[in-house]
Write a protein that binds this ligand. Structure first.
Ligand code: FBP
Length: 608
C-alpha cells in the first residue's frame, strides 16, 4: 500500500477535512472528465483552435422587419441578418493580444463554468479573458478581473455561476449604455460575451448596435442560457444550456415521487416545476417519468380552459382512478400556468392596474378583509367573482407579493396549492352527493355500487412540492458540459473573427455538432410587455403540434388510468446512460436516438 493510501485509511477524519471547498470525492473526479469537442475546433495536431465563419443561405427576419431595421441599422448592414456556419480556420498564425470579457446574466444554469473554459481554451495563452463580476451590474460598474488557466482548471465541469456571480439588471438607459462603453474602452475590450436568456441576448444586440454607432471596435456575442428552454430557435438552436441538467434533476425527484406514491398508496403529490412562462421543463419531465396527470400551459391556453375546467379535468382523472382502486399519483403543474388561463390572466392584469393606481390606500388597510372590500368593486364582475373563489392564502399572495415594478409575482403564486384546495372541495362534493354524480344515467359517472362505496371510503390526501432552484446549479450533465464548452469555443471564435451582434449556437446534437452564429437582430420581434411595446427575442414555448407534445398526448390517457411511471434515476456523469440528451429535443429534431449525443471527440481539458 502506498504511504498516502495508508495515511487516508488510518486517518479518515483528515481525509474528510480535505473535501472542503469543493473537493468532495465526486467534485475532484468530475473535474478530470474529458469533454467532446466539435471537429471544427480541432486542428490537425489534435489541439483546440478557433474556427472561422462562412455565410449560409439562411436569413433571419422577423415579421416587423421595418421596426428592427430601424433599431439595428448598423448591425443589419454588417450581418445582412444571415446565419453563419463555423468552418475550420485556414490561418496558420493564432490571433494574439485580444482582450475579451464575459458575464453571466439572469438565473444560474448548469454549464456556465464550461463556457468560461471554452472561451479560455480558444483564446489561448496569447489573449486575455476577463470575468465581469455580478452580471450586467458589474459591466456597468466596470468590475472586471483576469481569469487564469489555474482558476479554469479548478471550475471546469462544476455547476453554478458562483465564479463570476450574476444579476438581472437590464441595460436600458442612455447613462447605462454610456457606462458600458466606458468599461469597454477602459479595459481595451475586443470582445464582450453575454451569457443569458431572451432578455439578455436582446440586450447583447442593443449593446452591439450602440458600439457600432459610437465607433467602439468591440464585438458583442451572446450565448443562449436558461433552464426554462425557451431560448431556442428550431433546428438552428434546439435548446439553451442548463435545460438538460435541470430537467434530469427534476426527473429523478419526480421519478422518486411516483415510486413513493405507488408504495405508500395514500398521497397525490402535486409538483410545481420551474420554467417561468414556458411548460418545456414540465413536458420533458412528463416524458421522462410518465406521471398520472400533467398540465401543459400552452395547451390550456389553446383550448381556452377556465380554472374550473382545469380543476374538472384533474378531478375527472382522480375519480376514475379511485373507482379502479388507485388513490395515489403525481400531478405536474408548470410554474407559469395561471398566466395561461385566460380569466386568471385578465384578473392579474386588472389587479396590476388597481394595485398600482391605489397602492397607498390599499397598503394602509389593516386586514385582508378590508383590502378585499376595497379591491373587489374596482375589478370587473367576472374577475371579482373569480378572486372571491380563490383561497384566502393565495388571494393574499396576489395582493401583497409584488415585484420591483409593482406587478403581481406570478412565479411565487402557489398554483399547486390553489389547485389542491379547489380539487379538495370538488371531491368532497362528489362524495356528499354520489346519487347526483354516479350511476348509469345520462351525464353520470358509470360506477357499480361497490365502486361507489370504495369511492366514498377513500380520502384525498396530498403533498405539495415546488422544484426549481435545486436544478439550476447542479453539476452539468455530460450533455450540458459538452454543449457549453463548445458554445464557449464558438463565442470566442466569433470575437476573434470580429463578428458582432451574433448568438453562438450548436445544433445537430446527434451528428458531431454543427456550430452556427445566429444574427440576434433577426430573432427580435415587437411584443407587448406590461402594456408597452418592446423589441425582444420571442420566447420559444411548447408547440402543441410538435412531435414531443404529440408523444406525450398520445400516451397520457394510458398513464392516467394505470401506474406506468418510469424512474430515470440520478444523473450519470459517466456510465451507460450518461450520453442521454433531452427527449423532447430529440423528438422535435427528429433524431433517431435520444440516448447518445455526439459532439465530436473527447479532449482532456487541462489548461497550461
Ligand atoms: P433565467 O431565464 O434568467 O435563466 O431564469 C430562469 C428561472 O429559473 C425561472 O425558471 C424562474 O421563474 C426564475 O428564474 C426565478 O428567478 P429568481 O432567481 O429571481 O427567483
Amino acid at each position: 500500500m502506498d504511504s498516502t493510501k495508508a495515511n487516508i485509511a488510518s486517518n479518515p477524519v483528515a481525509e474528510f477535512s480535505r473535501t472542503e471547498g469543493k473537493h468532495s470525492i465526486f467534485e475532484d473526479e468530475i473535474r478530470k472528465l474529458p469533454i467532446p469537442v466539435c471537429s471544427v475546433f480541432v486542428g490537425n495536431d489534435g489541439r483546440i483552435r478557433p474556427a472561422s465563419f462562412k455565410e449560409t443561405g439562411t436569413i433571419f427576419q422577423c415579421e416587423d422587419h421595418g421596426r428592427t431595421s430601424r433599431a439595428f441599422p448598423r448591425s443589419i448592414e454588417r450581418s445582412k441578418d444571415t446565419v453563419l456556419e463555423a468552418i475550420p480556420a485556414e490561418m496558420s498564425e493564432r490571433t494574439v493580444g485580444k482582450r475579451v470579457a464575459v458575464l453571466f446574466s439572469g438565473g444560474p444554469a448548469a454549464g456556465g463554468h464550461n463556457v468560461l473554459a471554452g472561451l479560455k481554451a480558444v483564446l489561448g495563452a496569447e489573449s486575455t479573458l476577463l470575468g465581469i463580476k455580478k452580471g450586467p451590474k458589474g459591466l456597468i460598474n466596470g468590475d472586471l478581473f483576469e481569469i487564469t488557466s489555474k482558476s479554469i482548471n479548478a471550475i471546469v465541469n462544476t455547476g453554478g455561476f458562483d465564479f463570476l456571480g450574476t444579476d438581472r439588471t437590464k441595460v436600458k438607459s442612455s447613462e447605462q449604455f454610456a457606462k458600458v462603453m466606458e468599461t469597454a474602452l477602459k479595459n481595451k475590450l475586443d470582445g464582450l460575451i453575454i451569457v443569458g436568456g431572451d432578455d439578455s441576448n436582446t440586450n447583447a444586440a442593443f449593446i452591439a448596435e450602440y458600439f457600432l454607432e459610437q465607433g467602439v471596435d468591440c464585438s458583442v456575442v451572446g450565448i443562449p442560457k436558461t433552464i426554462d428552454g425557451d431560448m431556442a430557435v428550431g433546428k438552428y438552436l434546439p435548446i439553451s444550456f442548463g435545460f438538460d441538467t435541470a430537467t434530469k434533476v427534476y426527473s429523478e425527484l419526480v421519478g422518486n415521487l411516483t415510486q413513493d406514491a405507488a408504495s405508500a398508496v395514500k398521497y397525490y403529490h402535486f409538483v410545481k416545476l420551474m420554467g417561468r412562462t414556458a411548460s418545456k421543463i414540465t413536458l420533458e419531465v412528463a416524458l421522462q417519468t410518465k406521471p398520472a396527470i400533467t398540465l401543459i400551459s400552452e395547451e390550456i391556453a389553446e383550448k381556452n380552459m377556465s380554472l374550473e375546467d382545469v380543476v374538472e379535468y384533474i378531478v375527472g382523472i382522480i375519480t376514475k382512478r379511485r373507482l379502479l382502486g388507485i388513490n395515489h399519483g403525481v400531478v405536474l403543474v408548470p410554474e407559469g400556468l395561471v398566466e395561461f388561463i385566460p380569466e386568471m390572466k385578465t384578473l392579474i392584469q386588472e389587479l396590476n392596474h388597481v394595485l398600482a393606481e391605489y397602492e397607498r390606500d390599499i397598503k394602509d388597510l389593516p386586514t385582508l378583509k378590508n383590502k378585499q372590500e376595497y379591491i373587489y368593486p374596482l375589478l370587473t364582475p367576472q374577475s371579482a367573482q373569480l378572486m372571491a373563489s380563490i383561497p384566502d392564502e393565495i388571494e393574499q399572495m396576489l395582493i401583497l407579493d409584488r415585484d420591483d415594478h409593482g406587478n403581481v409575482k406570478v412565479s411565487q403564486i402557489e398554483t399547486e396549492k390553489l389547485l389542491i384546495e379547489k380539487i379538495r372541495y370538488k371531491m368532497s362534493q362528489l362524495k356528499r352527493h354520489t346519487d347526483k354524480y354516479f350511476g348509469d344515467g345520462k351525464g353520470k359517472i358509470k360506477a357499480t355500487p361497490a365502486q361507489i362505496e370504495r369511492f366514498k371510503a377513500a380520502s384525498f390526501s396530498t403533498q405539495s412540492h415546488f422544484l426549481g432552484y435545486e436544478g439550476r446549479s447542479a453539476k452539468p450533465t455530460a450533455f450540458d458540459a459538452a454543449f457549453t464548452f463548445n458554445l464557449g469555443l464558438a463565442a470566442g471564435s466569433l470575437v476573434l473573427s470580429r463578428k458582432t451582434g451574433y448568438m453562438a449556437a450548436v445544433t445537430d446534437f446527434d451528428r458531431g455538432g454543427r456550430v452556427l452564429a445566429l444574427p440576434i437582430s433577426g430573432l427580435i420581434a415587437c411584443e407587448f410587455r406590461k402594456g408597452k411595446e418592446e423589441l425582444v427575442i420571442s420566447k420559444d414555448l411548447v408547440k402543441i403540434s410538435s412531435p414531443a407534445f404529440n408523444a406525450f398526448a398520445e400516451n397520457r390517457d394510458k398513464w392516467a388510468m394505470q401506474d406506468l411511471f418510469s424512474s430515470p434515476g440520478p444523473i450519470q456523469h459517466w456510465g451507460p446512460t450518461c450520453r442521454q440528451m433531452p427527449m423532447s429535443v430529440a423528438f422535435n429534431q427528429g433524431y433517431r436516438d435520444y440516448r447518445s449525443f455526439d459532439f465530436g471527440t473527447e479532449q482532456h481539458i487541462e489548461l497550461d
